[in-house]
Design a protein around this ligand. Sequence first.
Ligand code: NI
Length: 276
Amino acid sequence: MSSLFLRSLVFAPQLIRTTSFQYRNIHSSKILCQLLPNKSHRPITTAKKSPITWKTLASTFVIGGGFIMYMYYLKEQKDLKIEKDRRRQIGKAAIGGTFELVDPQGKTVKSSDFLGKWVMIYFGFTHCPDVCPDELEKLALVVDKLEKEHQLQVQPIFITVDPQRDSPSAVGRYVKEFSNKILGLSGSIEQIAQVCKAYRVYFSSGPKDQDEDYIVDHTIIIYLVDPEGSFVDYYGQTHDAEKIVNSVLLNKIKHDKLYGGDWFPSISLKGLTQPS
Ligand code: NI
């Protein structure tokens, strides 16, 4: 090992001389080359003649990538259209729809008044001993959380299923006990029957006691309606405020994606993505 090292030291100057000689040779041959006619340099320039250059490769990627993205965009649009049609059908066939009721001031309120807003509707009656107060407290909490923690404005509505006892003003007073944001609505027996039918709300008055008091058995559901006026989700007693808040936020994300959302190609082609 050490002898090898020593030998390399002995041969070192010779090695340097040989390399410098070789370098001089290369150097001079280069000059010689420059003096010779250009033809002899052909091999150096062959790369230029190759049909595939970085430029063509790059443009192939750009065009190909653009095409794939466009195909993806078309597929996305098709899926969105199917989803929109599906929702429209659900909205028509199943839960929700238009209504006309009376607010605490005695003014007519139509479902179309809430277009452009997220709405949560709960059906009940002001004489309800425990379930309705619990659910309205929960509704008020959900609406406050959505507004304060997530900057989402939701209009909460309470609709009575007991219009004979719950006048518009009585409903107005009742909802104020839970939140100033809740809009209490009543109406004629026919109007209430119509909105309950639309939302598939079951209600049935029980027998009257000696004080003429009675219980109304009714569906305990909070309905979520999107800014297009379509029913999108519902929450029963087992859903706590936190669960409902998360679900509303998820529904909002879905909705925004469906109706001209944040997905970037739809920004440049927004005219095409507007709901018809
Ligand atoms: Ni109740």
